[in-house]
Design a protein around this ligand. Structure first.
Ligand code: TXA
Ligand code: MG
Length: 348
């Protein structure tokens, strides 16, 4: 399939480009589009046949449900059977924005979208291109992140191009995504609201509005309530080691690992904070990518997937990543890095 990549204005998206996207979606095809978090791979959420194409293009396991994107509350109302007061509060405070709500679905939502679950994941994005596209089609858009399954999520049009070229007819490219990590997935279907995936809206922000908020932290042999959380994710090709703890020690350990890697003739990439960069530079890694300041987790979040993907582009065989402090967006960043590292994370 021939893939067209159209640039589109992120603030005032051109009407004719949105229209072209909507035409493809109405025809049951896939269109990749920017959101404020990451790029999505969209299909008509009410068309099971179109949604099946998403799983095929990504190589996504069938048991991993999709997030449905809406442009207003009335569109959401058609998809949700029962709203809870917690859900209403979330809509008031955080929509449009990087918060996905888990709620009981109506019969309108095809089973393939929820992977057979009774609940649907639903969110109203704030990116003008995403909102404009949903409005133009007139139906909700099901969209996972537009990466190949298992790879880091795409935060630039070029990332989507790399993964989806030849598989879908259209990519809407509005440049870099602002938030850089995916939405927070919050179960508000009943009981204490529970974070199934940390993301763009922090636990602290949710607590301010909702009071008590839990985090789903399944132990080794439990199944997470967001099916997607059980898969290894965000993984670049090289071996990734996450090092976190006291900065002096982290820098020293990373230096040792660079040396060890070079002794084994490996190409070593380093992703680190601005504060550690000049020290790590002295160890001459093959790639040094600055994620941002340790005091600005937002900066680190927005550069994270670009850094991981750059390691693939430059064929790094060993990737050392400096962890940042948990809390706020730091928790979303560390969640992605721990998944990317698999069992190879060191806290020192
Ligand atoms: O920011 C985002 O959320 C991006 C943009 C495109 O909106 N989308 C995204 O989708 O990250 P995806 O498919 O990569 O991740 C969706 C997560 C998965 O962990 C999935 O298992 C979970 O949400 N999820 C979806 N539907 C669910 C449901 N009904 N119940 C529980 N978890 C669900
Ligand atoms: Mg994803």
């Amino acid at each position: 399939m021939l893939t067209k990549r159209s640039s589109i204005d992120r603030v005032r998206p051109e009407a004719e480009i949105l229209k072209e996207g909507a035409e493809w979606l109405k025809a049951g095809e896939l269109v990749a589009f920017p959101t404020e978090t990451v790029y999505g791979l969209g299909a008509n959420a009410l068309d099971a046949f179109a949604c099946a194409k998403i799983f095929e293009a990504k190589g996504r396991p069938q048991d991993n449900p999709l997030i449905v994107h809406v442009c207003n509350r009335s569109m959401a109302n058609r998809l949700v059977k029962d709203w809870t007061s917690a859900a209403d509060l979330c809509v008031q405070h955080f929509w449009p924005g990087p918060l996905t709500l888990i709620l009981p679905k109506t019969a309108l939502v095809p089973d393939i979208v929820t992977a057979g679950l009774e609940n649907v994941a639903i969110r109203m994005p704030s990116h003008p291109v995403a909102l404009g596209l949903i409005k133009e089609t007139g139906f909700p858009i099901a969209a996972p992140s537009a990466n190949l399954s298992g790879k880091p999520s795409p935060t630039r049009g070029s990332h989507v191009w790399r993964d989806m070229k030849g598989k879908i007819p259209l990519i809407l490219d509005a440049g870099a995504c602002e938030v850089g990590v995916e939405s927070t997935v919050l179960d508000v279907s009943g009981g204490v609201p529970t974070i199934l995936r940390p993301g763009g809206i922090t636990k602290e922000q949710l607590e301010e509005v909702l009071g008590e908020v839990r985090v789903d932290a399944p132990s080794e042999n439990q199944i997470p309530r967001a099916p997607g959380m059980k898969y290894r994710h965000y993984a670049p090709q090289g071996e990734l080691i996450l090092v976190s703890g006291l900065r002096e020690r982290v820098v020293q350990r990373m230096g040792q690992e660079i040396q060890k890697g070079h002794a084994r003739l490996k190409r070593v990439g380093v992703l680190c904070t601005f504060e550690s960069a000049s020290f790590l530079h002295n160890w001459t890694p093959d790639l040094l990518f600055v994620l941002g300041s340790k005091d600005r987790p937002q900066e680190v979040a927005s550069n994270l997937f670009e850094g991981l993907r750059l390691c693939d582009d430059r064929r790094m065989e060993l990737i050392l990543v400096e962890g940042i402090e948990e809390g706020g967006l730091g928790s979303a960043v560390m969640n992605r890095l721990e998944k990317a590292a698999g069992k190879r994370s060191q806290h020192i």
